[in-house]
Ligand binder design. Structure first.
Ligand code: AMP
Length: 283
């Protein structure tokens, strides 16, 4: 595995790969890697000839009060993990390399970026889409891999890719969970044992919601039940629990064949999100 810090070096490595007609798969991450990230890399490994990952804690997607400085950066361990799943090239840029002085361009996906996570973190998705657009321009992959764990994020990236005619395929991979159902997240490392137990209320609410949906209960009633479940958990503050249309993210009043349930809550100082797709697979 090669590790490079500079954009020019990425291009030098990838150009001959693409000239030889080999496909390139790309997994962007912020590091602090866990099994969920590695599953994305392994899927890319199966589907592509050459696998690139980026590890970059992107400042522009953090608000000033958020956890940018304390976000974990275990560089050596992350690179070992990338190597262990057969990544060919790890791009580990500095902030100056990604955002040189004078950079003034942003990418904004209207509408979808202002609801749910976007309502609570107003500048977040603008930071995500800007850095992902830059990374797509640097890596020029054939396919990029994202987790369903961040459902709204992958939907926004799909929309950006379509609207800006970016020549790559977006692949969305299932959420990797701990044995007890908790969605893996780099931020789970912030949780104390009791907070982690409390945080299970998100996946439990989604499981209960899935059963209600299977029983034909109306989406609004399911959303209220999920809200009640989460709010009833000591130490947890609900941000939202909704049942929405998977493409527009608008709240549903009537059941439809495919629905997405999205939940978010704060457990102590840590924000957790989770979701579930109900109905036939979307991706
Ligand atoms: P992050 O490092 O948190 O920015 O995540 C990088 C990528 O990994 C994103 O596409 C996430 O959606 C994905 N990801 C994070 N957690 C999981 C998980 N538990 N299962 C699957 N994908 C995940």
């Amino acid at each position: 595995m090669q590790v490079v810090e500079q954009i020019a070096a990425v291009r030098e490595v990838i150009a001959p790969v693409q000239r030889a007609g080999r496909s390139v798969g790309f997994v962007p991450t912020m590091g602090a890697l866990h099994r969920g990230h590695l599953d994305l890399m392994e899927t890319a490994r199966k589907e592509c000839d050459f696998v690139v990952t980026s590890i970059f804690v992107n400042p522009s997607q953090f608000a000033p009060h958020e956890d940018l400085t304390k976000y974990p950066r275990p560089k050596e361990r992350d690179l070992e993990l990338c190597q262990s799943v057969g990544v060919d090239l790890a791009f580990y840029p500095t902030v100056d390399e990604m955002y040189p002085r004078g950079a003034v361009t942003s990418v904004i996906v209207d509408g979808l970026s202002t609801v749910l996570e976007g309502a609570i973190r107003p500048t977040h998705f603008r930071g995500v889409t800007t850095v992902v657009a830059k990374l797509f321009g640097i890596v020029t992959a054939d396919r990029a891999y994202f987790g369903q764990k961040d459902y709204q994020q992958q939907l926004i990236i799909r929309t950006m890719t379509r609207d800006l005619n970016m020549p790559l395929e977006i692949r969305t991979c299932p959420t990797t969970r701990d044995i007890d159902g908790m969605a893996l997240s780099s931020r789970n490392a912030y949780l104390s044992p009791s907070e982690r137990t409390a945080g299970l209320c998100l996946s439990h609410a989604l499981q209960r919601g899935a059963q209600m949906a299977a029983d034909g209960v109306a989406p609004g009633v399911i959303a209220e039940a999920m809200q009640d479940d989460i709010e009833a958990t000591p130490g947890v503050v609900l941000d939202y629990a909704v049942v929405a249309d998977p493409w527009t993210l608008t709240d549903l009043t009537e059941s439809q064949s495919q629905m997405v349930a999205l939940v978010a809550a704060r457990v102590g100082a840590t924000r957790l999100i989770d979701n579930a797709i109900w109905g036939p697979s979307l991706y």
